[in-house]
Design a protein around this ligand. Structure first.
Ligand code: ADP
Ligand code: F6P
Length: 488
């Protein structure tokens, strides 16, 4: 997905003290603190080789959320390019200073595919898939974390703020503190943090927690995640304290929920542009004017509940609560982590389900499910949001889910109904969505039926409330509150 251009990202949001160096009133050069961001991925990934190599935007919620923040702060982004082997030197792209980290093939396998995505990812998402506990993957996880920590230490100036992101980087805060005790270090987890019953399965649980305890602030998407963390820390390490304040090795650590969000202004502005409106009408015409559009947009991940959603739609048609003359489901799914076997299995299952539903219910000119397995440009995603009457966001478990916020932000004066899983972090804020349990297929089919039949004034009223929430608590508000905590 292309990163929105700097101009489109709008006004200065003031969540961090501007540039690292400023000229004071008396002509004295005063130093202010810069912001270094560390995440597994850079906001761009390298595709192609040699002379054909080029940068393409990376997919996922972390990049969507952090891009405007890092650009605004004029800080640096430390991350991996998405390919093993040598990394290019530091460079600037679309107004962001990139500091690439080189990972060997063994590190990509052990650190990224194995430990991050076969152990932590499934375990932290309610063990929806059985996590693997492969001791061979620990050494590359440690060495990769050390590379990220060293890269950040090399670009940070004295007293800078460093913001470490997500489950791949568990060990970075402590490693960085050991190298650079002058830095203020924050950590934010984008995915759920599990309860003790699941976390305790990890053979490396103490080391992972001690890694995070290197931070001054540890942030989570929800209060439940923050509480789960504080409890396991007191259980498995020497840290003491309450759910929100821990004391460890003579230092204070703040623990809290900081629900992430989106650049709501950008989505609203983009949704109202002439090109988006034209494209949205084109999409509507192509799927058949007069048919209501149910839309889903996800990374192709087993946590997103895509198969459950398809089965619920099938049930809706089977029960006769809707027909292909009245409605169509559009599922856009961006390929993700395809080298992890569970993702390949998931893809096959989804494609078989789409085939089954279309085989049974489609009519000439009336395809039941339009399935696009590709990443779209951010602008194209907004055109789909603008075209959709009902947005279905039904993960089995999700840290937040930004799609649930992007849809309301893109619906100024347009109504529309959001169906949202109770198990997405976003459900804590978006209470006027139709909340569903994605494992209850009958309940989901009921929700689809109710959404399609909801009177327009009720849909507009609910959408108005969702929009206020998303606009008030946008990504700048999120960054500001985290930065306030981090500055101490
Ligand atoms: P995750 O971080 O697990 O991928 P989120 O819902 O929080 O989940 O964020 C996903 C981000 O990726 C959103 O900004 C969404 O618009 C974008 N996205 C998801 N699927 C696609 C797709 N098929 N094409 C383009 N963008 C997508
Ligand atoms: O937090 C979810 C996450 O792991 C983010 O790091 C990223 O936005 C997204 O999923 C995509 O994952 P990957 O970097 O593995 O492609």
């Amino acid at each position: 997905m292309p990163v929105a251009p700097a101009a489109a990202q709008g006004r200065a949001k003031g969540f961090i003290e501007a540039a690292p160096v400023v000229r004071g009133e008396g002509g004295i050069v005063a130093r202010k603190r810069g912001l270094i961001t560390i995440a597994n991925r850079l906001p761009v990934r390298q595709v192609g080789k040699g002379r054909a190599a080029r940068w393409q935007p990376s997919e996922g919620g972390l990049v969507t959320a952090l891009t405007p923040i890092v650009r605004e702060s004029r800080g640096a982004w430390v991350g991996w390019t998405g390919v093993p082997g040598r990394a290019p030197r530091a460079f600037e792209h679309d107004d962001i200073r990139m500091r690439p980290v080189a990972l060997t093939s063994d590190e990509v396998d052990g650190f990224y595919h194995e430990f991050s995505n076969r152990t932590l990812w499934p375990l932290y998402h309610d063990a929806i898939r059985t996590p693997e506990f492969n001791h061979q993957a620990w050494a590359p996880f440690v060495s990769a974390n050390m590379k990220f920590a060293k890269a950040a230490a090399s670009v940070a100036s004295k007293g800078d703020l460093v913001w470490v992101h997500d489950y791949h980087m568990h060990l970075v805060p402590a490693m960085l503190r050991a190298m650079r005790p002058d830095l203020r270090i924050g950590f934010f987890l984008h995915i759920p943090f599990p309860p003790e019953e699941l976390f305790a399965w990890l053979p490396w649980r103490k080391a992972l927690l001690e890694g995070l305890l290197g931070a001054d602030v540890v942030g989570f998407q929800t209060g439940a995640g923050a509480r789960n963390f504080s409890r396991v820390v007191r259980e498995f390490t020497e840290a003491q304290g309450t759910d929100t304040h821990l004391r460890y090795q003579g230092r204070d650590i703040q623990v809290n929920a900081f629900p992430i969000s989106i650049d709501a202004d950008w989505f609203e502005t983009t949704s109202l542009s002439e090109s988006t409106i034209t494209r949205a009408s084109e999409i509507r015409e192509r799927v058949g004017a007069g048919r209501r559009i149910l839309l889903a947009v996800d990374r192709l991940d087993y946590t997103k509940g895509i198969d459950h959603r398809l089965r619920a739609f099938e049930l809706l048609l089977k029960r006769g609560d809707a027909s292909v003359d009245d409605c169509v489901l559009i599922q856009v799914a961006a390929p993700s982590r395809e080298r992890v076997a569970e993702y390949a299995t998931m893809r096959t299952r989804i494609e078989q389900l789409v085939g089954r539903i279309n085989g049974t219910y489609s009519e000439p000119g009336r395809v039941a499910v339009h399935y696009f397995r590709r990443g779209l440009s951010r602008e194209e995603v907004v055109a789909f949001y603008r075209a959709a009457d009902v947005m279905i966001v039904t993960p089995l478990r999700d840290g937040m889910n930004l799609v649930a916020k992007e849809y309301p932000a893109s619906r100024k004066n347009a109504g529309g109904v959001l169906i949202l899983s109770e198990f997405a972090g976003a459900a804590a804020e978006l209470r006027r969505a139709i909340l569903v349990n994605p494992r209850d297929l009958e309940g989901m089919a009921d929700a689809m039926r109710d959404a399609l039949r909801m009177p327009d004034d009720e849909a507009r009223h609910r959408m108005g409330i969702l929009r206020v929430q998303v606009k008030r608590h946008d990504v700048y508000d999120w960054a500001r509150s985290f930065m306030e905590a981090l500055k101490g």
